[in-house]
Design a protein around this ligand. Structure first.
Ligand code: HEC
Ligand code: HEC
Ligand code: HEC
Ligand code: HEC
Length: 189
């Protein structure tokens, strides 16, 4: 564990390091591709229209939330000198894969808030495998090259460092995932 984690830049925030570690097993060399790519293959109604569901739920609006009056209040209380929407202290949980300066990877639009790869990890390897699969290569295994998120994934943002969290609040994965459930109804769980 220590060994793998030391690959990450020491300057990265703890939450980011923890996430990088969780995704390492599935996506060692993968880079971020952006949600418009996922939409190409994951938006069929009969398979759960994952993209449309995400676009309609709170995570896709997480950056907008940083420009509200409530956000200003929270930012002032936290002693920030810049607006919340420009502060790495807030961006680390309100956009996807922000670095220590608040900057997102090239293919990630901050305006899309918390998008697919914030939970599923960088997906270039999965996307390439998905293309092979769609092209008829039945040896391709896209499902093996993407992270299946769990409660730990959520807790890198849904934790006590969230300045708006209620004291003592415990993250309930089943209850929270039910609100954003985008499973494939064609697959028996
Ligand atoms: C070129 C097509 C393609 C693209 C682009 C693509 N996927 Fe997939 N994805 C697939 C295929 C094919 C499967 C396997 C489907 C199956 O097993 O039912 C899959 C499966 C998955 C699964 C389920 C894995 C499992 O264990 O069942 C997840 C999660 C997923 N993709 C997420 C994403 C995300 C997030 C993106 C965008 C970053 C993305 N995919 C982009 C084709 C694609
Ligand atoms: C550790 C992750 C984390 C950090 C850091 C963080 N947030 Fe959030 N924030 C969240 C989560 C998660 C939610 C959604 C909580 C929920 O509704 O369950 C949220 C919700 C909010 C809300 C809506 C709360 C409400 O009650 O309506 C505002 C406003 C907000 N954040 C502002 C900020 C500001 C401003 C900063 C920077 C000073 C910040 N956040 C930093 C994780 C974070
Ligand atoms: C990268 C940070 C991040 C991750 C990872 C994350 N969330 Fe969130 N989540 C947020 C933020 C920020 C908000 C507030 C967005 C808004 O209200 O626009 C939020 C809002 C929500 C909401 C809507 C508010 C509420 O309390 O009903 C649900 C439900 C939710 N998250 C569930 C989850 C689940 C389940 C996971 C893990 C599978 C997860 N989140 C992972 C940052 C994150
Ligand atoms: C807040 C975290 C979060 C975000 C954002 C998110 N997902 Fe997921 N996704 C999950 C979780 C959790 C599961 C369920 C994993 C499981 O069942 O083990 C899941 C499951 C899936 C599956 C598998 C469905 C199945 O039943 O086989 C696909 C495909 C998928 N997501 C695609 C996407 C795409 C595409 C996006 C963006 C448009 C996206 N996800 C955004 C957390 C997220």
């Amino acid at each position: 564990m220590i060994n793998k984690m030391s690959v990450c830049k020491a300057a990265l925030l703890a939450a980011v390091v923890a996430f990088a570690f969780t995704t390492a097993a599935v996506a060692q060399d993968a880079t971020y591709v952006g949600n418009s790519q996922c939409k190409i293959c994951h938006n069929k109604k009969e398979e759960g229209e994952q993209w449309t569901k995400w676009k309609a739920e709170a995570h896709s609006k997480a950056l907008e939330l940083l420009s509200t009056d409530k956000a200003k209040e929270v930012a002032t209380k936290a002693g920030l000198t810049k607006p919340a929407a420009e502060s790495p202290e807030c961006l680390k949980c309100h956009v996807t894969a922000a670095d220590a300066t608040g900057k997102c990877p090239e293919k990630i639009q901050p305006t899309d808030g918390v998008q697919c790869e914030a939970c599923h990890g960088p997906a270039s390897a999965h996307t390439a495998e998905g293309k092979k699969f769609k092209g008829g290569d039945k040896t391709a295994e896209p499902a093996k090259k993407i992270l299946k998120p769990n409660a730990e994934t959520c807790k890198k943002c849904h934790n006590e460092k969230n300045p708006t969290a209620k004291p003592g609040e415990v993250f309930d994965f089943d209850k929270m995932y039910a609100k954003i459930n985008h499973n494939n109804p064609a697959k028996a769980k």
